[in-house]
Ligand binder design. Structure first.
Ligand SMILES: [Zn+2]
Length: 633
């Protein structure tokens, strides 16, 4: 049985701008107490369940449906009616899974210290894991039916049509599915194979002892990842940033051998699964799920390695404008200019909505309806998780989490998450349940496209050089964060996995060496690379939680660059056609492999030019920044 995708929990972390926090109309509430925040800025969970009693009843019901599903074992050979009936039952369980999962998960995320909710959420995880083992028979049994027979059954049974892609995709992956005994063994292994990731979680969050430093103003602070970023983004004293960096990275350096052992465990797990399922490398295994050719990653990495010139040019521009004698990686987040502009939520909603006008009245109307609803949790409160994401519930729609703090960055986050929400809305509207979930491979296309529309709109509406500079800087910082940095990460993953696949030792020294070389390759002589940055790999959660995941940020970014260009340049008819293709993509959920979906929309990620276009865009943006900077005095 295919894995259940629990919607796209696409977290996005944006750099925060330092602002003068001027009072504006309807600014963010001063309170951190959730109870004091007006209800219209908080999630309403009642569209999912009215109360916990309803959720409890649903949990009981889902468990009995899961048990009943197990009893279907041995029936698939009976014919198309049995296959259809199994898929329908599976849909029913899947739709319920979304609801029973989201109800506690969303509540936990806004009140993480609530142990009762956390406990209920854990109960969901345990029930789902049991279902995984109880359905291990399904795919091997399905694949015992010859593919030609199955195709005939699908042709003869119109009700099976929505399942065609999913069913046939199982045959595509047949070479990698084991017999029932083998699948069962792998499902047992799935439980302990989470250990390296869980160990990373504990070491990097529960057991970590963050250092204290005293900064030049005499204040002592504890450097958690959040406060560390805060120093890098707001402290204009370079020596303070340097001190914070040394102390913060030092924490990871002190346990780097343990991190290396854990990372080795993560990669060995991947290599175990890849070999068990007959894949030549971990990368092949990771990309096969969605039929992405491995050349996509290799082309991406090669093209970006050869295209680091604008990244280095940007670093040199920053060094000059910040007036620094030497430029370090810890100087990369401090704003070049301070701004007093604020973007209160109600105004930000209006701005974002207006910027989406090129996508047409229907898109705008649906977006407006969502923004007016009660499925957006807007403001920060004590105990609420940080960042922003959209999580869907089929039949109910998307839930959006924000931590809107009135900054320009928060404005872009709203546009970004709005892209995810609309993708969810259109996919749910146009697709049956079985193909309603989009993959991460296309998810970040929807979000970054909306950011591009917003940037375009804002640039059109201001002539002020400083404001224009800050907007351009936002765009460039997005390219650095979403494109260059993620490709550097992917490059690291490729090199580290190669060690495992070749049976070579994986030690902290080896991993440090790979990371340091990559930094030097990317930044050349434009940045002084301090030695302790070699430990950075040990603090990247994606490496431990989901190997070979981050490259998709970069491919999505390149895709949206191409789509945006097609929708906004050229003759009106070709722009209109490009927009129609894009909306079609948003409504296509997961009804095809993501590469094929993107190709239909006009993007070919196997081509070097698609990736090179982002490098070229970076080059242009840095040039524009230089022009605007020259006007500022
Ligand atoms: Zn996102």
């Amino acid at each position: 049985m295919n894995k259940l995708l629990l919607g796209t929990v696409a977290a996005s972390v944006h750099l925060l701008f330092a602002t003068g926090a001027l009072a504006a109309s309807a600014p963010k509430p001063a309170t951190q107490n959730r109870a004091e925040i007006p209800a219209r800025y908080k999630w309403d969970f009642s569209p999912i369940y009215a109360n916990w009693a309803e959720w409890d009843a649903a949990m009981t019901s889902i468990e009995s449906k899961m048990d009943a599903f197990a009893a279907r074992k041995g029936t698939l050979k009976n014919g198309p009616a049995a296959v259809l009936s199994a898929y329908l039952a599976f849909d029913e369980i899947g739709m319920l899974q979304y609801k029973v999962y989201r109800y506690p998960q969303l509540q936990r995320d806004v009140e993480t210290r609530n142990q009762e909710v956390a406990g209920k959420f854990q109960r969901v995880g345990a029930v789902f894991a049991k279902f995984g083992t109880a359905t291990a028979w399904f795919t091997p049994e399905l694949l015992k039916i010859p593919q030609a027979t199955m195709e005939q059954w699908i042709r003869d049974t119109p009700a099976l049509a929505p399942y065609k892609f999913t069913i046939l995709d199982n045959y595509r992956q047949q070479a990698h599915v084991l017999d029932e005994q083998g699948e069962k063994l792998l499902s047992y292994a799935a439980r302990f194979s989470q250990t390296p990731t869980a160990t990373f979680q504990e070491l990097s969050t529960s057991d970590i002892k963050f250092p204290k430093v005293t900064l030049s103003d005499g204040k002592e602070i504890t450097l958690s990842p959040g406060t560390y970023q805060g120093v890098l983004q707001t402290n204009y004293v370079q020596a303070d940033r340097a001190k914070a960096f040394e102390a913060f990275l030092g924490t990871y350096a002190a346990t780097s051998n343990t991190y290396a052992a854990i990372y080795n465990g993560v990669m060995q797990k991947g290599w175990f699964t890849a070999q068990a399922r007959n894949f030549p490398t971990v990368l092949d295994a990771a990309l096969d799920d969605h039929a992405v050719p491995i050349d996509v990653v290799k082309t991406l990495v090669d093209t970006v390695r050869a295209g680091t010139a604008p990244l280095q040019r940007y670093a040199k521009l920053r060094k000059k404008l910040l007036g620094l004698d030497s430029y370090h990686l810890y100087d990369g987040s401090i704003p070049i200019y301070k701004t007093t502009a604020t973007y209160p939520y109600d105004d930000a909603k209006e701005t974002v909505l207006q910027s989406m006008a090129p996508l047409g009245a229907d898109y705008v109307a649906k977006y407006k309806k969502f923004l007016a609803g009660k499925q957006i949790d807007v403001y920060e409160n004590d105990g609420k998780r940080s960042g922003a994401y959209v999580g869907g519930v089929y039949g109910v729609g998307p839930y959006m989490l924000l931590n809107h703090n009135d900054t320009q960055s928060a404005l872009f986050t709203l546009a970004h998450e709005g892209g995810h929400a609309m993708h969810t809305i259109l996919s749910y509207e146009k697709q049956p349940y079985v193909t309603s979930s989009y993959t991460i491979f296309v998810a970040e296309v929807a979000s970054t496209t909306n950011e591009r529309f917003l940037l375009n709109k804002l640039l059109e509406s201001t002539k002020d050089p400083k404001e224009r500079f800050l907007l351009l800087q936002h765009a460039v910082d997005s390219i650095v964060g979403t494109f260059y940095t993620q490709v550097l990460f992917a490059d690291f993953e490729l090199q580290a996995h190669k060690l495992v696949e070749q049976g070579k030792p994986v030690t902290a020294a080896v991993l440090n060496g790979i990371y340091l070389d990559l930094l030097k390759t990317y930044y050349g002589d434009a940045v002084t690379i301090d030695d302790a940055y070699k430990y950075t790999w040990s603090r990247i959660p994606h490496f431990f939680n989901s190997p070979y995941y981050v490259y998709q940020y970069a491919t999505c970014f390149a895709s949206s660059a191409k789509l945006f260009k097609d929708m906004t340049t050229g003759a009106p008819a070709s722009r209109a056609a490009a927009t129609a293709r894009y909306l079609e993509l948003l409504g296509s959920g997961g009804n095809d492999h993501p590469m094929a979906q993107l190709q239909k929309a006009g993007v070919d990620l196997s081509k070097r030019e698609t990736v090179q276009a982002v490098v070229d865009q970076m080059q242009e943006l840095v040039t524009q920044m230089e022009i605007e900077a020259a006007k500022i005095r």
